[in-house]
Write a protein that binds this ligand. Structure first.
Ligand code: NDP
Length: 329
């Protein structure tokens, strides 16, 4: 390990004003953990954008290295499950929130947080998927557990051109679903169709206050937006359907009623990637390795440098990022 290495550090002054700056840290600055990883690739998720811009209180300990996910190679291990040279992925577990995260050349974490990089997948491909893609897979798996098969009818994906949305469309279309993609960016229609979306609808169709029940339009969906959008998606879900709620890009509230639940038997499936148990993570990554077309993955990916992270963080919270951003370290 180099004596000093690159890191982004989020600090807070006496007025609780948060700043993110690139600096250098040493091994002694890394936090407790039994496995040290050289970060080969990371990414900029929506939550990372919130952390770096300070737009929401994602960082809860200062100073902190942000970055909620990485792929890399183990350089030192006191954990029997891992040895130097192993290729690993980390998603969540509080990294980039309360534990130093991905935006440094090295990270020290608990071995139990890591999953193996699937065979045949590069670190950059794993981060093209990243936490957004892994969350999309968790959402698809939740819909499947609820019996949402293609013959039940269309499925809707909101925040379609974002990271979760793009991967969810690719996975659902590959599984044979008729995917309705809701986007605020009409200019991305061709992109969304190339991922497998069968229909594109305007974000505005779902963003006004929802009626308790509306015309049944889909059997289920993946919602990355929350607020009125999720309320509308629920009110338009057909009898016995299910919606996986995983995001809040449009707001944290849920101005809905119980009507879809008690009159149509609709289910709201909560998706959390941060503390998801290891067995679920292993299944999600195994399926991502085999079911997500590498050509679709390449189509949704933009690669940037470490120096570009702050700009990408601003872009993602402003809704200007399409698909996924990979940071090559
Ligand atoms: P992105 O920014 O890549 O995608 C979000 C998309 O939502 C945008 O591309 C845009 O899609 C849409 N959008 C943005 N702002 C608004 C708005 N004001 N109203 C309606 N739609 C909007 O983020 P990610 O895909 O990385 O994450 C999506 C959400 O999922 C975030 O809220 C994130 O925090 C959450 N998340 C949750 C996880 C969990 O564990 N539950 C894990 C990972 C992410 P378009 O332009 O197509 O309309």
């Amino acid at each position: 390990m180099a004596e000093r290495f690159r890191a982004i550090l989020v600090t807070r002054d006496e007025d609780r004003k948060q700043t993110a700056a690139t600096t250098e840290i040493t091994d002694a600055d890394l936090m407790d953990g039994d496995v040290t990883v050289r970060v080969e690739a990371t990414t900029v998720n929506y939550k990372d954008g919130l952390a770096i811009t300070g737009r929401a209180p994602v960082v809860r300990r200062f100073p902190l290295v942000p970055g909620i996910d990485f792929a890399g190679v183990v350089t030192a291990s006191g954990n029997p499950d891992w040895k130097p040279g192993d290729r690993v992925i980390l998603n969540g577990w509080g990294t980039g929130e309360t534990h130093h995260g991905a935006y440094a050349d090295y990270s020290r974490v608990k071995g139990e947080w890591l999953v193996p990089l699937p065979d045949g997948m590069s670190a950059e491909q794993a981060m093209a998927i990243g936490t957004a893609g892994y969350t999309a897979m968790l959402s698809v798996m939740a819909l499947e557990r609820h019996g949402i098969v293609p013959s039940r009818g269309p499925v809707v994906v909101t925040g379609a051109a974002g990271g979760v949305g793009s991967v969810a469309i690719a996975l659902l279309a590959k599984a044979g679903h008729h995917v309705v993609a809701s986007t605020g960016r009409a200019s991305e229609a061709d992109y969304l169709k190339s991922l497998g979306a069968a229909e594109i609808i305007e974000r505005a169709e779902l963003s006004a206050p929802a009626k308790p029940l509306a015309k049944e339009r889909w059997a289920g969906g993946v919602d990355a937006v929350g607020s009125h959008t999720l309320a509308n998606v629920l009110s338009m879900t057909s009898y016995g359907g299910a919606v996986a709620a995983c995001g809040l890009a449009g707001g944290m509230d849920l101005p809905s009623s119980v009507a879809p639940f008690i009159l149509r038997g609709v289910s709201l499936l909560g998706i959390d990637s941060v503390m998801a148990p290891k067995a679920l993570r292993l299944e999600a990554w195994k399926r991502l390795a085999s079911e997500l077309d590498r050509s679709s993955l390449a189509a949704i990916t933009t690669t940037i440098r470490f120096e570009d992270i702050a700009a990408a963080a601003q872009d993602i919270v402003d809704g200007r990022i399409r698909g996924r951003v990979v940071v090559r370290m």
